[in-house]
Write a protein that binds this ligand. Sequence first.
Ligand code: HPA
Length: 279
Amino acid sequence: MDYHLLKQAVEHIKEQWPEANPQYGAILGSGWNGAISSFKIKNKISYENIPGMEKPGVKGHAGQLIWAECCGLEALLFQGRRHYYEGIGWTPIALPIFVCQQMNVSTVVLTNAAGGLADGLRPGSFMLIEDHINWMGHNPLMGPHDPVWGPRFPDQTQVYDSNLKKLTNQAATIIGEKLHHGIYLATSGPMYETPAEIRTFLTMGADAVGMSTVPEAILAHAAGIRVLGISCIANKAAGLGGGNLSHEEVLEITQRAVPRMQKLFLQLWHEFAVQKKKR
Ligand code: HPA
């Protein structure tokens, strides 16, 4: 990880937005760009202008950092994510989390598109990530230790914050959205899985599979940020009856879910605001 670039990124953002005081953050993965349509945008910076970030190489990932407000709460919204399979190392993947940590963000919402393994997970449904399996064969915390990520051997007993899960359940109930719960397994990608791999992952206890989110969840949790993870199931995982898989199909299905994503985000921010007032 290039800490020099990470620090430059923070300096650049703080210079551009000296008044920013965000407490909430989000990474909007495949198809989730429109989830924040109800937010009031204060300003934007293209990823190309953030040192160390650069433009996402994947279709469906917008590539801009948005400073926004919703329900009276300021947020940093990373519209589009960088992936390990892009072959870019960990710096651009860690950058949103590092920026959030350095700007005192206390809660981060990680979103993605995923393949469904569990029976009830039909394309278009939302799954709250209860826990994850890191099957990437890699880990962003490997290498020289930096205290920004807490102790050398971070506990992983509860990566996804239980209070945030409760608030998300509440938000989903209020808007009439059925929220599934499950275990997200991350591969390194960029290939979709073989049916044999999916059968193996089922025996391992995975409910959904994707190529992201886990590194960011590991980093955010290690950095002391509360983590919430939500998947939009884009397809039945390989070999489970949905035919061949393609990124176009993933984008099409997640695109259709945008109005529901938007409602969920708005209600979630409302729940955040209510909870903040109670504190
Ligand atoms: N596998 C891995 N990643 C994915 C999938 C999948 O089936 N669908 C969307 N992202």
